[in-house]
Design a protein around this ligand. Sequence first.
Ligand SMILES: Nc1ncnc2c1ncn2[C@@H]1O[C@H](COP(=O)(O)OP(=O)(O)OP(=O)(O)O)[C@@H](O)[C@H]1O
Ligand SMILES: [Mg+2]
Length: 387
Amino acid sequence: MNGADSGDGFVEVIAREVEADPGNLALREDFVTLLLENDLGRAAVELKKFEAVGGDPARVRLLRARLMAARMRASTPPPLAGESRQDGGSARPPSVWDAERPAVTLADVAGLTEVKRHLDTTFLAPLRNPDLAAAFGQRPGGSLLMYGPPGCGKTFIARAIAGDLGASFLHVTLADLLSRWIGESEKAIQSVFRDARAATPCVIFFDEFDALGGRRTSGGSQSMRMLVTQLLEELDGVAGVNDGVYFLAATNRPWDIDSALRRPGRIDRTVLVLPPDAVARAAIVQGALEGKPADDVDVVAVSAATEGFSGADLSHLTTTVLQQAMVESMSRGELVPVTTDALLAAAGGVTPSTTSWFDQVAPVLEYGVDDGTFDQLRAYRVKRGMR
Ligand SMILES: Nc1ncnc2c1ncn2[C@@H]1O[C@H](COP(=O)(O)OP(=O)(O)OP(=O)(O)O)[C@@H](O)[C@H]1O
Ligand SMILES: [Mg+2]
């Protein structure tokens, strides 16, 4: 992202707020998130501080994963959005958002069969078979809201869809929008869609969507309400045709999303992204150990011992154990491979990060309006015997 210059003022404002309220963990976390888009070196420093003052270990891990991902993004080839296209685009203002072309594909995403099938029907298949799709009156494009516990692959699958198609990928967070257009956030939304339409096929990914698409009625600032209103216009296609543009949004708090955004024609589908099942867990562990000194590991046993672990929990687990084995190898002066026992021992000391999310949703399911949106979640909780 190219927010370094335009975001500076905003970053300093938040930096001062953090300084004034050093114990405010939520603010610190937001600050790190903001820095991930602006200054990776400083993000690393602030992340260490967040951890040192008692930041939730699961959030720390996730931020660390994001920092790694951002570093990888920063070292990928230059963006596409500025490249010349057949339509010339000479009258078009320069693009604001850097589109990337993710290298991951759906094959890298373990499990999530239902989500993959859904995305395939609505977006991938019509794009691959435009004539057939047109015969059935289907246009390539659409929108989807993914929700679920943290670390289970929402962001990962969003990038993978773009990767699968060789499509451009625009990753947008509230911090991006606010930092670039203080007081003019609706222009920011316009620019996202304008850039996406100029780079089709394109996946727009709005992360932490609850922060952005929150209910217009429940408080919130004037600029937030304008953001949602503008977003509704763009999704309705008032400002331009959205063919070849897929709008994906992700959240851990779907009940906070303005219901106007979930009406048909806008974000009309909501899918639950669940923690990986046993087969997917084995695949994630296998993938993480691939090519490392870990030949004899029984991934099925590890999978059986990690029920409820998110993909991110599993990545963290394998990274930790790989590090231990590396340290031991160095001290012994010979290669000490990762063992099943080491993985099981490490897993035993971890509380899956998805547990607290499932606890948190119970009252929402019990007292919230039941319009069928959360049926999948209800069914999963019943299946897992959660009360
Ligand atoms: N199904 C999966 N297959 C393979 N790896 C996965 C899967 N799910 C998660 N991971 C691993 O966990 C990491 C974190 O996942 P991701 O960032 O997509 O989670 P998320 O659902 O977006 O979380 P959050 O709600 O906190 O944003 C991924 O980068 C990937 O390494
Ligand atoms: Mg995510």
